[in-house]
Design a protein around this ligand. Structure first.
Ligand code: C2E
Ligand code: MG
Ligand code: MG
Length: 606
């Protein structure tokens, strides 16, 4: 099957045509030679027969002469016919010429005359007649073979060009023209094989932040344009000897071999910085990137190890936020081992009811009273100790456990909220929960079961979830509103920071991310930004809460900026429900205020 196919392919190729032509030529030559030989032999045979017939005729003639008779012309014709001779003549003195000749003797043995005839070899003659045609045929065949050869050469050249193009296309990212993932892997293998002692091979991975936002605002074509622009920035910012590739839709990589001790961190930082500079299209577009890198031989010897560790560093950088970069470090390996540990232990912990809720008070900026609590998941593993929700919730999402965990949080929080009839309870919803339409029914059922008025439930969603499918999310929030609950946008400003969302989505509260509070004292314009967000939120009728208030100075500044509510270690850390009971009791004693409006407020954290 395979061989037959190969032969068919081989024959269908131009070289097959040439070989066929040469074969035909060979057959024609051989058959002409053989034909000629056969013809020659049959001519030889004919001549022998003719000679014999003539010899017999001659003895007849001798008898004729003996009887004194002349040669009868009819007799000559008869011999001519029977011996198949052409133009047989009896001549006494034949002339010069190219005729066959045979003497005829009389009764006494003297030459009486000669038989002459035209010498012909019929088949040879036929061959001779055919010769020009054969020659023409040969010339045509030769020409055909020549043409086929030329054609073959051209086809071979075209083929190798097409092959080279196909190889380039297979190695290249279509959009940016950079080496693609497969090619980068190949180049990395090569770089590792060629690395000399005293050299370091770095594999850095860059991931863009905020591309979903770009696609939402500018469409796929717009994001393609941006990707091309980012690729150009990376090429420009990377050292000339670096190889840069696009290894995923939002991921780029840099491969670089340097002398040991080169400042790779600075190179990676420069690339991140250049990606983050504004891009000018019809309007200004900004994306940022974070990066992780690992180096051979310090972190890894093999390609698999090096890429895995660069990815681990990238994940760590993603956790630190846009613009950050992380070099691989041994503890990162521990993180991935921890991840495996959580994957193994979490399902058990969920079914064994090991997850608990802590509550962090939310304080009114004006009266200093506790107005609500945020329910925060806690998991204390018997051997490992506490494991943070930011660590295990993404894993729970990956493992499909979030439905169960989310429903547990809602029910437990609402049940415990009954202890604090004057407070609202804020419950975080993971993006997966919000995307799943059944959340509306889950919330409704939990409210009915607990008997807590819907107005006391605040659901916290994050910006990321709004980006993917904005229209559906608007409907989802409206459905939740229809139940009577309120919806807050959590961590505002930590990710996409699109002020457009505030207008588009029917939100009730804005929770300004902790990072803004940290920036308050650190940068000159930190306060200005918060003030601007507060003003905008106000204009849209949103209540403003600021998270992560840790110092008295921050509290005062934030109050001046005009926020409505605050939450942070300055007031209280998340703690079990009983601790909230105690705080409320304390508040009652101190005249209804947890934090007095003075600068020397006591920190109740702990
Ligand atoms: P979040 O909703 O923004 O919660 C606030 C986080 O900031 C909490 O971390 C809280 O302990 C911490 N925090 C509060 N005040 C301060 C402060 O003054 N300084 C500092 N440095 N941190 C403060 P936590 O409990 O580790 O939770 C982290 C994140 O995990 C939460 O962020 C939330 O996104 C998620 N999460 C927690 N519980 C749940 C849950 O029940 N369901 C879902 N889907 N996510 C949850
Ligand atoms: Mg929250
Ligand atoms: Mg938050």
């Amino acid at each position: 099957m395979h061989a037959a196919g190969a032969v068919r392919r081989w024959l269908s190729a131009p070289r097959g045509v040439v070989v066929l032509a040469l074969l035909t030529l060979g057959v024609a030559l051989v058959s002409s030679v053989v034909g000629y030989e056969i013809a020659r032999h049959s001519d030889e045979k004919l001549w022998n027969e003719q000679r014999l017939a003539l010899r017999n005729a001659t003895s007849e003639i001798r008898t004729m002469f003996a009887h004194g008779r002349d040669i009868d012309p009819r007799f000559v014709r008869m011999i001519e016919h029977s011996a198949r001779l052409k133009d047989l003549k009896f001549e006494i003195a034949p002339g010069e010429g190219d005729r066959e000749i045979q003497p005829v003797l009389d009764g006494e043995g003297r030459i009486a005359g000669f038989f002459t005839w035209e010498k012909i070899a019929p088949t040879t003659a036929a061959m001779r007649a055919l010769a020009p045609y054969i020659a023409v045929l040969l010339i045509v065949l030769m020409a055909f073979a020549g043409y086929s050869l030329w054609h073959l050469k051209r086809a071979a050249r075209d083929l190798s060009e097409t092959e080279a193009m196909a190889r380039r296309a297979a190695d290249q990212d279509k959009l940016t023209g950079m080496p693609n993932h497969a090619k980068m892997v190949e180049l990395l293998d090569l770089a590792l094989a060629e690395r000399a002692p005293g050299e370091t091979t770095t594999f850095a991975v860059f991931e863009l932040d905020g591309m979903a936002d770009v696609t939402a605002n500018f469409g796929v074509l717009g994001s393609d344009e941006l990707i091309v622009a980012v690729a150009d920035r990376i090429r420009e910012a990377a050292p000339p000897e670096a190889i840069c590739g696009r290894i995923g839709s939002d991921e780029f990589a840099m491969l670089l071999t340097t002398a040991d001790g080169a400042d790779i961190d600075a190179m990676v930082a420069a690339i991140i910085e250049s990606i983050g500079r504004p891009h000018w299209f019809d309007t200004v577009v900004r994306v940022s990137a974070h990066a992780g890198f690992a180096q051979a031989p310090h972190h890894a010897a093999t390609r698999g190890e090096l890429t895995r560790r660069a990815e681990l560093a990238l994940r760590a950088a993603a956790g630190k936020g846009p613009g950050s970069r992380v070099a691989f470090d041994a503890p990162l390996d521990k993180v991935s081992t921890d991840q495996k540990f959580i994957q193994r232990e979490l399902p058990r912990a969920v079914s064994a009811n090991e997850l608990e809720l802590h509550y962090q008070p939310i304080i009114s900026a004006h009266g200093g009273r506790i107005v609500g609590v945020e329910a925060l998941l806690r998991w204390t593993h018997a051997q490992r100790g506490p494991i943070g929700p930011a660590v295990f919730i993404p894993i729970a999402e990956q493992m499909g456990l979030m439905d169960t965990i989310g429903a547990f949080v809602l029910r437990r929080a609402l049940r415990e909220a009954k202890r604090w009839p004057d407070l609202y309870v804020a419950v975080n919803l993971s993006p997966l929960q919000v995307r799943d339409g059944s959340i509306v029914e889950v919330v409704r059922a939990a409210l009915v079961d607990s008997g807590v008025p819907p107005s006391r439930l605040m659901l916290e969603i994050t910006e990321g979830v709004l980006v993917d499918n904005p229209d559906e999310m608007v409907r989802r929030i409206e459905d939740l509103h229809a139940l009577g609950v309120r919806v807050a946008l959590d961590d505002f400003g930590s990710g996409y920071s699109n002020l457009g969302y505030l207008q588009r989505f029917p939100l009730d509260k804005l929770k300004i991310d902790r990072s803004f509070v940290t920036a308050l004292g650190a940068t000159a314009n930190g306060g200005v930004i918060i003030q601007a967000i507060v003003a905008l939120g106000r204009a849209l009728g949103l209540s403003i809460l600021v998270e992560g208030v840790e110092t008295e100075q921050q509290r005062v500044l934030l109050r001046l900026a005009g926020c409505d509510e605050m939450q942070g270690y300055l007031f209280a850390k998340p703690a079990p429900a009983a601790a909230v009971d105690r705080l409320l009791a304390q508040q009652k004693q101190s005249g209804g205020k947890l934090i007095p409006d003075t600068v020397n407020a006591p920190a109740l954290a702990g």
